[in-house]
Design a binder for this molecule. Structure first.
Ligand SMILES: C[S@@+](CC[C@H](N)C(=O)[O-])C[C@H]1O[C@@H](n2cnc3c(N)ncnc32)[C@H](O)[C@@H]1O
Length: 328
């Protein structure tokens, strides 16, 4: 079996389509990892052999297997600029996730379940908000991103909704645009208490709704701009939130969310950017993903004392979604 696997890796590297086919037909293991921890699919992707990539995927090769340096076949194709192989892998990833949603079971910032998190203590410091497992709920390096989100959701003025206060970065930025009204939903008791201590409850245009967004939906209205950034929730929870957008977002309004989907792997992130765009387009929104470089705000020191590096990419794709209905 091992010899077959090695031969498959070699044939994949050489782009020898016939040999790859013959080895697959004779039962060679398409999920084989060689001594460098690479699969035949990774070898083919790295060298841009799109036909071999396709044949391996059709034979059941795992599109999301990771090398020891946490790279998938799609990362190899992307990093080597092999567009054809990249697209075959991207389509395979999208199809697989549409059906199985395997990676979607990971939380946005990979915390514990939402209920556990909401019952646990959190700790605040100047540059982060941490849960009881030393996982970061929110970090100050995201400030420029939050400012960009605020700018997007406040572009039409009016009544703005933010789900998830965290460190208050996005809400502080939203306030700079002097919205007519600014509603904030926050579910963690300690975060809520801190908001009140810091005077958020006394601001004329601010309304705070304490509770999980799922539970307080009946108290919500419809808004000109909405931002969504919770913690400890799954992609499915965000998808459930999106189902409420037609009621929550006024025609012509702007919706944005923290786009940390699979932020630990560049290729998985691309797959999820496509999936979430497809999902929102199907709901009738025009979706733009605006690239923002984040490399400079993210030195190694940022992650000191943090258990999980929830973001490892150089570019952040800021989602701006506009309802395609007229605002009249
Ligand atoms: C990542 S932080 C938000 C950071 C915020 N965007 C900022 O600029 O500081 C997530 C926040 O969502 C809150 N949260 C988590 N689950 C929630 C839920 N189901 N409903 C409402 N808030 C929730 C958390 O307590 C936390 O304060």
């Amino acid at each position: 079996m091992e010899a077959d696997g090695e031969q498959l890796c070699e044939a994949a590297r050489n782009g020898d389509f016939e040999k790859v086919r013959a080895l697959i037909d004779s039962g060679a293991d398409v999920s084989y990892f060689d001594s460098n921890g690479l699969t035949p699919l990774m070898h083919a992707a790295k060298l841009g052999h799109a036909d071999v990539v396709k044949a391996l995927l059709e034979a059941g090769a795992p599109w999301n297997a990771l090398s020891p340096s946490n790279l998938s076949a799609g990362d190899f194709a992307m990093d080597s600029g092999h567009q054809d192989a990249f697209e075959v892998l991207l389509n395979a990833g999208i199809q697989a996730e549409l059906i199985l949603g395997t990676i979607a079971r990971k939380t946005e910032k990979d915390g514990d379940s939402n209920e556990d998190y909401l019952e646990d203590r959190v700790s605040f410091s100047e540059d982060k908000l941490m849960d009881s497992n030393s996982k970061a709920v929110m970090m100050a390096w995201e400030k420029p991103l939050m400012e960009a989100h605020a700018k997007a959701v406040c572009s039409g003025g009016g009544h703005i909704l933010n789900i998830g206060f965290g460190m208050g970065l996005v809400d502080t930025a939203i306030q700079q645009y002097s919205p007519t009204k600014h509603t904030i939903v926050e579910a963690h008791p300690e975060v809520y208490e801190r908001m009140l201590r810091n005077g958020w409850g006394e601001r004329d245009n601010v309304k705070i709704v304490f509770g999980r967004w799922q539970d307080v939906l009946p108290q919500l209205e419809s808004y000109d701009g909405i931002f969504f950034d919770t913690y400890g929730e799954y992609y499915e929870d965000m998808r459930e939130f999106h189902q409420h957008l037609p009621k929550l977002l006024k025609p012509g309004g702007i919706y944005s969310f923290f786009n940390g989907l699979c932020g630990g792997n560049a290729f998985f992130h691309v797959v999820y950017c496509h999936l979430v765009s497809l999902e929102l387009e199907n709901l009738g929104y025009l979706v733009q993903l605006i690239p923002l470089p984040v490399k400079d705000c993210l030195g190694e020191e940022v992650w000191q004392g943090v258990r999980h590096k929830y973001w490892q990419l150089d570019t952040y794709y800021l989602p701006v979604c506009q309802s395609t209905q007229d605002s009249e």
